[in-house]
Design a protein around this ligand. Structure first.
Ligand SMILES: Nc1nc2c(ncn2[C@@H]2O[C@H](COP(=O)(O)OP(=O)(O)OP(=O)(O)O)[C@@H](O)[C@H]2O)c(=O)[nH]1
Ligand SMILES: [Mg+2]
Ligand SMILES: [Zn+2]
Length: 295
């Protein structure tokens, strides 16, 4: 351990990792091809200069939030206590993306909450109404306006490590700026004509909160592939399926079109939201396609 410092990765720039230690911040590289570090990871480093160091050891993780397709694995953050999926009625929200974020949280074992930003916009009411499905599933809804009052979120953050994820333009960086005075992250007007965000934030970064705890800002995502999950992971990630466990005719029912399926019956009665089941079905299809492509 001589000459080594314990630290936490606070930013990732390609193969460079900004690591914060009790003795300051270091621009670090990994030794050899270790790689695979995420914002929030704990490491041991060995300084090689005033503010440069080599990462000697990756310490064990409590959890890891990530997405992946056949070709890439994208690490979002490690060792986080909770995920805030940030949504807004403007630009037009994508409920499929929200479901994927929630599935990733369930699979990683990290509690998820849903922020509904831009409540000052009149378009918010129908979106909030739609989100009641999620509140019923146990995901807390936190409506607020980042530009005027972030108090509804502030109460959740003290002493914990939290990450903000979501589509581009929903206001993640605006939230961080309001909660971390010295953050001063660039934010950008969304393109209302094109009804899209602009991908203003390009790197994941951890900020310290004045009242203790950390808040991680991440770049807006358009898609969220979950290639690392198998069928069992997927089913387990939909809380509304849990009370129906064991009630399908076939023990290995996939809840897609099987006769005597309790989940499909619940979709018909409305006990399981059809839009949620569609998200599940889309993820199953992707899984099947990936399996076929590998053969
Ligand atoms: N009306 C309204 N606009 C907001 C609010 N919060 C943020 N915005 C605006 O939304 C736009 C996008 O905000 P950002 O904070 O850059 O969004 P982001 O989620 O960080 O976007 P990416 O970095 O691209 O992922 C900016 O023009 C903000 O001023 C709000 O509460 N109300
Ligand atoms: Mg941003
Ligand atoms: Zn079934």
């Amino acid at each position: 351990m001589t000459g080594r410092l314990a630290g936490r990765v606070v930013a990732v720039h390609g193969r460079h990792f900004l690591v914060e230690t009790g003795a300051g911040r270091y621009d670090c590289v990994t030794r050899g091809k270790k790689g695979g570090l995420a914002c929030g990871d704990r490491v041991e480093i060995k300084p090689t200069g005033v503010d440069a160091a080599v990462i000697e050891k990756n310490l064990p993780r409590d959890n890891l939030l990530y997405r992946s397709d056949r070709f890439h694995t994208k690490l979002l953050a490690a060792n986080v206590d909770q995920v805030f999926v940030v949504t807004a009625a403007v630009p037009s929200p994508d409920p499929g993306l929200l479901d994927r974020c929630l599935v990733a949280c369930e699979a990683a074992g990290i509690p998820a909450r849903i922020v509904v930003n831009k409540t000052d916009r009149p378009e918010t009411a129908p979106w909030l109404e739609r989100l009641q499905t999620y509140a019923a599933l146990g995901y807390p809804l936190i409506p607020l306006a980042a530009k005027t009052d972030v108090a509804p979120l502030a109460g959740w953050l003290a002493g914990r490590t939290s990450i903000l994820v979501g589509a581009s333009g929903v206001g993640k960086s605006t939230l961080v700026n309001a909660l971390v005075p010295e953050a001063e992250i660039a934010t950008q007007d969304i393109s209302e004509a094109l009804d899209t965000g602009k991908h203003t934030t390009t790197h994941t970064r951890l900020y310290h909160l004045p009242e203790g705890g950390a808040l991680i800002d991440s770049p807006g995502m358009q898609e969220f592939a979950l290639g690392h999950l198998d069928q069992a992971d997927l089913q387990a990630a939909f809380p509304e399926f849990r009370p129906l466990a064991g009630q399908c005719r076939f023990y290995n029912c996939r809840h897609l079109r099987e006769p005597g399926c309790a989940v499909l019956a619940a979709v018909e009665t409305g006990a399981v939201a059809r839009a949620r089941w569609r998200s599940y079905e889309a993820l199953c299809r992707e899984l099947d396609k990936a399996a076929k492509d590998y053969r």
